[in-house]
Design a protein around this ligand. Structure first.
Ligand code: 5GP
Length: 183
C-alpha cells in the first residue's frame, strides 16, 4: 500500500520507501564489515519488525539465519504499557551465537531493555541492536543501539510494519497517524 492510498488517515509523511531502503543498505554494509566470516543470527520481534527484517536480511551479502519472537506490546492503545510477556519464543538456541536484535522503533526503550536482558541471559557470543526508528524519549534511555536508522518526532506513527489496531503495517513508508483515526 502506498502512502497516497491512505492520505486522509495521515498528517505527515516521515519516511518514504526509498529513504528506508537507502538506510537499510547503509546499515547492511556496516554489518557485513563488522561480522565478516561470522555466523550471524538476526532476531526480530513480531510483528512490527517484520519489514525491517525482510529488507535487511535480503540486503545483506552474507549468510544469516533469522528467527522471530513475539512479545506483548501496544495492543489497541497508543502508549507503552511497559509490560512484556513472551507470546512466542525463539526457535534458535542463542548459546555462543552472534546475535543482532532487529527492531522497528524505540520509544520508551522498555521493550528493548527487557529484550536485551532476556537474550543476554541465554549466553550469546555477542549481542547487538539494530533499530530503524527512534523517538525523542529513547534518546534519553541508556540502550546501546549499534545500528540505528532515523530519529523521528514524538508522534504515533504507522507503516513499514508499524500498526494501529493491526492496520497500516503494509504501508511502504512511515507516516504520522491522524488523530481522528484513534480519537
Ligand atoms: P517502548 O517499549 O520502546 O516504549 O515501545 C516499543 C514498542 O512500542 C515498539 O516495538 C512498537 O511495537 C510500539 N511503538 C512505539 N511507538 C510506536 C508508534 O509510534 N507507532 C506504533 N505503531 N507502535 C509504536
Amino acid at each position: 500500500m502506498e502512502l497516497a492510498d491512505v492520505a486522509d488517515d495521515i498528517t505527515e509523511v516521515l519516511l518514504t520507501q526509498e529513504q528506508i531502503h537507502a538506510k537499510i543498505a547503509e546499515l547492511a554494509r556496516r554489518i557485513e564489515k563488522d561480522y565478516a566470516g561470522e555466523n550471524v543470527l538476526l532476531v526480530a520481534v513480531l510483528k512490527g519488525a517484520v519489514m525491517v527484517m525482510a529488507d535487511l536480511a535480503r540486503e545483506l551479502k552474507m549468510h544469516v539465519e533469522i528467527d522471530f519472537m513475539s512479545v506483548s506490546s501496544y495492543g489497541m492503545s497508543t502508549e507503552s504499557s511497559g509490560v512484556v510477556r513472551i507470546l512466542k519464543d525463539l526457535d534458535a538456541d542463542l548459546t555462543g551465537r552472534h546475535v543482532i536484535i532487529v527492531e522497528d522503533i524505540i520509544d520508551s526503550g522498555l521493550t528493548l531493555a527487557w529484550l536485551r536482558a532476556n537474550l543476554e541471559s541465554r549466553g550469546p557470543a555477542s549481542l547487538q541492536i539494530l533499530a530503524l526508528l527512534r523517538k525523542p524519549a529513547a534518546a534519553k534511555v541508556d540502550v546501546d543501539v549499534r545500528y540505528f536508522g532515523f530519529d523521528i518526532p514524538n508522534a504515533f506513527v504507522v507503516g513499514y510494519g508499524l500498526d494501529y489496531a493491526e492496520k497500516y503495517r503494509n504501508l511502504r513508508g512511515v507516516a504520522v497517524l491522524a488523530p481522528h483515526v484513534y480519537e
